[in-house]
Design a binder for this molecule. Structure first.
Ligand code: AMP
Ligand code: ZN
Length: 126
């Protein structure tokens, strides 16, 4: 697929912020990493727990997933639930979300799952 590359094996995509963090070119407060996924604290946290779960594979938006990415997305959710447990917010509750394109509030075009917790979250569309 054009524009979609494996940034861990092919080299950092210099114009992508999250590829640069994954490649170690930019700093981040990493909380988890494995062969497929890196997770780090959001630099502008919206809650006491605000972690971004990011695939090493550069996929710009959810619209760019292909059929083979299903297990990767499942793995991202599993990593999020594990971090929620580690941060002690699993029982009280938390939220996971993925913003898509401008209308969905996406600002970094490398798919990432937000994990938000540690406070009461209101349901909001704003
Ligand atoms: P989104 O708006 O869904 O694309 O989310 C992008 C998120 O990345 C925002 O919550 C930003 O605060 C966060 N962010 C931007 N730059 C960095 C960075 N250098 N390290 C960690 N998080 C970042
Ligand atoms: Zn990227």
């Amino acid at each position: 697929m054009p524009g979609v590359r494996e940034c861990d094996t092919v080299g950092a995509m210099s114009n992508c912020l999250f590829c640069r963090i994954i490649a170690g070119e930019l700093p981040a407060a990493k909380v988890y990493e494995d062969d497929q996924i890196v997770a780090f604290d959001d630099i502008q946290p919206q809650a006491p727990v605000h972690v971004l779960i990011v695939p090493r594979k550069h996929i710009p938006t959810l619209n760019d997933l292909d059929a083979a990415d299903g297990p990767l997305v499942g793995r991202m959710v599993q990593v999020a639930t594990g971090i929620a447990r580690d941060r002690g917010t699993d029982t009280a509750g938390y939220r996971t979300l993925i913003n898509v394109n401008e209308g969905g509030g996406q600002s970094v075009y490398h798919v990432h799952l937000h994990l938000l917790g540690g406070r009461q979250l209101q349901y909001g569309l704003g």
